[in-house]
Design a protein around this ligand. Structure first.
Ligand code: GDP
Ligand code: MG
Length: 294
């Protein structure tokens, strides 16, 4: 289902999150482990101030484990921040969050001193999945439009920790085109917001640069070919994405992105802590991904 972010929605989300943050002890920010920077809206950092935060690097099952380790170190360099890579459905991994909450706020999470936590993040990073795992039952809808809950409930977790049942929802920050392409590659922004062929070109170039062997094992042509347009044509041909008189490159792009996101070409991370945030001159210029259809 599509969510469009308009200034009115953004203002409302911002207000709701600041109000909610004021009364929580710990912010649980969920990001996508494959792109921890681009899947985080920098506004949250501003709104959070010095409030303790657990950065959840979710979907670690899809990310490059070495790069995820670098991100954990990077985030934990900030005072009051702990980072935890998880797969949101994994009860044991998600359960570690309780331990980290108590580590961050040692004087709470005891009888008479309830520790209050809240999950926040952009769409599709796995907030609902995580809340359901922590609650031990289905509370939040997964992979769907967030329900506008007027009356927030609190879920009692173990160790006198309570969690808001509704996550704080931020919009993805698309001002930087490189970040926007990474988000589109990961599936965080809806297909109506971008051209699958362009995003597939970006993703193929990226894979050739960082994970070429993974592509070569599916498409031997990638061993000597570095032009993403030629490789996308080959992918379309191999998977029967045909048009009268040629290859349907949009369908080929969709096929490639679906397979990539499902882990068919192995685990990958789209950004590392040392990477540049945006390509110089890109910001605000190229309107390749200009609307936020989620
Ligand atoms: N592979 C993988 N997929 C996940 C994980 N967590 C969530 N997902 C999937 O990501 C999509 C978005 O999850 P959801 O919980 O609805 O995200 P939300 O929009 O942040 O609430 C769904 O298809 C989930 O099944 C994870 O740890 N690993
Ligand atoms: Mg959700």
């Amino acid at each position: 289902m599509a969510i469009e972010w308009y200034p009115g929605h953004m203002t409302r989300a911002k207000r709701e999150i600041s109000e909610a943050l004021a009364i929580v002890d710990v912010v649980i920010e969920v990001v996508d482990a494959r792109l921890p920077r681009s899947s985080s809206n920098p506004l949250l950092q501003k709104l959070r101030g010095v409030k303790p935060c657990i950065k959840i690097l979710n979907k670690q099952d899809l990310a490059d484990p070495w790069v995820t380790k670098e991100w954990v170190q990077h985030f934990e360099a900030e005072k009051g921040v702990l980072a935890l890579p998880i797969e949101a459905k994994n009860i044991r991994e998600a359960g570690q969050i309780l331990r980290l909450c108590q580590q961050l706020i040692p004087h709470k999470g005891k009888a008479g001193r309830t520790l209050r936590a809240m999950v926040v993040g952009i769409p599709n990073v796995g907030k609902s999945t995580l809340i359901n795992t922590l609650a031990g039952k289905k509370i939040a809808r997964v992979g769907d439009k967030p329900a506008i809950t007027t009356c927030k409930q609190q879920i009692k977790l173990a160790n006198h920790i309570v969690l808001d049942d509704t996550p704080g929802l931020l919009w993805p920050d698309l001002r930087d085109q490189l970040g926007a392409f990474r988000l589109a590659t990961s599936g965080a922004i809806g297909a109506n917001a971008f051209d699958s062929k362009d995003v597939a070109h970006f993703a193929i170039s990226f894979m050739l640069e960082r994970y070429r062997d993974a592509l070569v094992s599916s498409y031997p042509l990638a061993a000597q070919e570095s032009d993403p347009a030629i490789l996308l044509t080959e992918i379309g041909r191999r998977h029967g994405c045909l048009l009268s008189g040629g290859i349907d490159l949009t369908r080929a792009g969709e096929f490639f992105l679906r397979a990539l996101r499902a882990g068919k070409y192995g685990r990958f991370s789209l950004e590392r802590p040392g990477d540049a945030l945006f390509v110089e001159g890109d910001e605000g210029e190229d309107e390749a991904i200009d609307s936020v259809g989620l």
